[in-house]
Design a protein around this ligand. Structure first.
Ligand SMILES: [Zn+2]
Length: 446
């Protein structure tokens, strides 16, 4: 546990955080020019810092014969090399400012299950806390207030928010009634116990992992369990299946919102009350969508998410391949917010289906075709060999899965020689990190 800060320091951070959160009610509506101005100011600051204190960028600038002033806008970031998670994991210390001691090293198990540590400086952490207000203001539409409500968080031990909350709380003065009344619960609890605890706490907002909350509320609905209804459900970290989201919103009549974050950038995007894609925190994190060659893609075309965290000076990551697949939303959002939008997440670049000829298919395209088969609520594809699959499926409530249609779809995609075993399950089981994979490859290395 971090040492409790002295009163004066707590007062100073509390005042600064409150100051940073003030403009949050107007930032999402600002003009593109105003947002770009804020972004450019952050970029200049982080580049100056990186050139001086971060070995990777200092060496790169020297080798390229460039100065930080040569990179004037986020568009110029394209001149910097793309960094993959593998580059970072091979030598994380090359991206770290060893002089910063006042922050927190956040560890994430990541979707791949591999641990990764990212250091944050104190200012970046308090700024992230302040900009959380942006999400709460969208949530206010459903909850009726932006603070003081009851929130249940269903996260495993060691999740990023479980690391952050105590760090913030030990360093801030929090007037009672302003901060939320929060209750932490584990996704490992059996459903009846989780439901009992939720009903006893009566949260106005329930937060958790998409796959877990989706499966849990499906159980609640299908079993006809008594539920003290929250005003909203917010999920992040992994996806909620479209079928589960529809079930919660239409049958249980609870609005579902999603947030987008990563251990490398604590705030990436949030859904507004329209719930149609993520508005991005582009004033703090630049986001690009690129193809396999690193070229920017237009709206509507799926590609890899590349981020530049413009606020964190402890581990500096610019032009960093996040491994998520997404596309830009076309047109403006009816909510009136001007912050650019991603049209949802479509999986991970590593969710691939391997072909005998050495090529690979994006899993999301294959899954979308299989999920359209009648009688399937949710499915997981386990690749055992090039043409052998185990399909785990959660049947729909009132319709039997159409086995013939599923077989026909598989043959259409993989050819008539495809072998498949179907396993009916009540829920797709989560990985040890608490997240559910829609595609699992059990084949050895190529
Ligand atoms: Zn919107």
């Amino acid at each position: 546990m971090p040492p409790k800060s002295f009163g004066l320091e707590r007062l100073a951070w509390t005042a600064r955080t409150a100051w940073w959160s003030l403009p949050e009610h107007s930032i999402p509506w600002r003009s593109a020019e105003e947002i770009e101005k804020a972004q450019t100011a952050c970029l200049r600051r982080i580049l100056q810092h990186a050139a001086r204190h971060i070995a990777y960028y200092r060496d790169w600038l020297r080798a390229a014969g460039a100065a930080p002033e040569d990179i004037r806008s986020v568009d110029d970031l394209r001149r910097l090399p793309l960094i993959s998670k593998r580059d970072y994991d091979a030598a994380p210390e090359r991206f770290v400012d060893p002089g910063i001691r006042d922050g927190l090293a956040i560890e994430s198990s990541g979707t791949s299950g591999r641990a990764r540590t990212i250091r944050y400086d104190a200012e970046a952490l308090f700024r992230a806390l302040a900009s959380g207000r942006r999400q709460r203001l969208a949530l206010r539409e459903f909850v009726g207030k932006e603070s003081g409500y009851r929130e249940a968080v269903v996260h495993r031990d060691g999740s990023v928010s479980r690391q952050l909350r105590p760090w913030w709380e030990a360093r801030l003065i929090c007037p009672p009634g302003i901060e939320l009344k929060r209750c932490w619960l584990s996704p490992l609890l059996p459903y009846p116990t989780l439901l009992e605890k939720l009903n006893a706490f009566r949260p106005e907002v329930i937060r958790g992992y998409g796959s877990h909350l989706g499966a849990f509320f499906r159980w609640v609905a299908w079993q006809g369990q008594r539920l003290e209804k929250p005003r909203a459900i917010v999920y992040g970290a992994d996806a909620m299946s479209g079928a589960d989201r529809r079930l919660i919103e239409t049958e249980l009549n609870i609005p579902v919102l999603s947030t987008y974050q990563a251990v490398e950038a604590l705030r990436l995007g949030f859904e507004c009350e329209q719930r149609d894609g993520f508005h991005l925190f582009v004033d703090q994190v630049d986001v690009r969508i690129v193809d396999a060659n690193g070229c920017d893609l237009p709206a509507g075309t799926p590609g890899e998410v590349v981020i530049s965290n413009l606020t964190n000076r402890a581990s500096v990551l610019l032009n960093y391949r996040l491994g998520d697949v997404a596309r830009w939303a076309a047109g403006s959002c009816p909510c009136g917010r001007t912050l650019p939008r991603l049209a949802g997440l479509e999986g991970r670049t590593q969710d691939l289906i391997r072909r005998r000829d050495g090529s690979q298919w994006a899993a999301s395209a294959v899954l979308a075709r299989l999920q359209a088969v009648a009688g399937i609520h949710q499915l997981q594809l386990v690749q055992e060999d090039f043409d052998a699959f185990l399909i785990r499926l959660v049947p729909a409530r009132h319709t039997e899965p159409d086995a013939a249609e599923l077989r026909a779809k598989m043959e259409e995609i993989f050819g008539p020689a495809v072998r498949m075993v179907v396993e009916r399950v009540e829920a797709i089981e989560a990985e040890p990190n608490g997240k559910v994979k829609s595609v699992v490859c059990r084949m050895g290395a190529a």
